[in-house]
Design a protein around this ligand. Sequence first.
Ligand code: NAP
Length: 376
Amino acid sequence: MTSSAESTSACTTRKEATDSKNPAVSDDDDIEPSAAGRLEELKQREYELSRLLAEVRREKLSALRSKPLSIGVIGFGRFGQFIARTFQKYGRVVVTSRSDYTEIASSMGVKYVPLADPKQFLEEDLDVIVVAVSILSFERTIANLMPHLDKYLEEKHIEQNIDKIRGPLFVDVLSVKEHARQVMLKLLPSECDILCAHPMFGPDSGKNGWRGLNFVYEKTRIDGVVLNTDESKEYKSSEEFIDEAGIKHSIHEDSDSHVEALDRIERFLSIWEEEGCRMIAMSCKDHDSYAANSQFVTHLMGRILGEQGLSNTPIDTTGFQSVLKLVDTTTADSFDLFYGLYKYNQNSMNTIQKLQLAMESVVEDLKREEIARGAS
Ligand code: NAP
């Protein structure tokens, strides 16, 4: 065992050896603040930073409120109603849907326009159009809107008599992202910016607020520049991205038009931030790969267990109550949504196959064990 005197002397020797190699080390450097003093200093810094953060948040909110967005929602079903209720706190909201939702809309304080009258919807001069229709009807809905959107932009062009006009920012909230990205890039004119988004929650999980819930997004097209998702795998939030020609773009680009486009996207994203969402910038491709092994498998298990006809027993464990909750929440969503998750995420079939193999493998384990125990 080393005595305390020996260890002190060993420390001194090491220190002397270091100091002799570094003549710049003065006696003053040996004086370290006491742990208590250091803690006090860190607490002071922590307080300063949180004060600064609160100030920035206040300024952000006032910037958002100073220029409220007018937001259109296409598809006023279960999810469309859920998000429109919150949008309404931040700006003017106009909704449109195939079914007649006049009463629900007016009880919520938002304007309803029938989907059969796209002209009237577009003439609301919306900053943002959020498409919240089913995955299955998404392409058709956008395609049906196209001739009206082209006409609207043409009239705006003539009316404003400027070279470059800006169409509304299109945002989709589909639970599959590659499909939404491809459809919007294929159909929407370059005057319209594109944001692909997936709030990873819904009317059940978000019924008590959105704090801490994940919001995934990809800024797909800004001011005519398209994000190249292969090149931008590492792309983080708003700092920069690479376009299809391999050119790097920054949020600080020297173009009023680009800055205006980004400002509008940021205003829209700020709504989700203000509601407390955990903002995750991610390519549509990566989203779909993760979602197949998380969201789709959750829906799949919920549907399979629901199919088995499980219900409460007088002796439920908390584990079983969680299983029943899973069945309830997944079957509360439409079958269209479930089918859309399967049909339009190329990774879903692989998830089903893995689940089938896993089921067989677990049953095999049980059979093997039974044989082994029977033999002993
Ligand atoms: P859904 O069954 O996926 O979609 C229902 C909506 O689609 C309704 O607004 C409905 O309009 C519209 N619709 C269906 N078929 C249509 C057609 N042929 N033409 C035009 N509109 C049509 O259920 P949802 O839960 O409301 O989901 C809406 C979207 O949000 C989906 O893309 C889904 O992936 C996404 N999303 C849902 C959740 C969720 O928790 N539910 C979470 C995140 C994202 P009408 O009601 O007027 O018929």
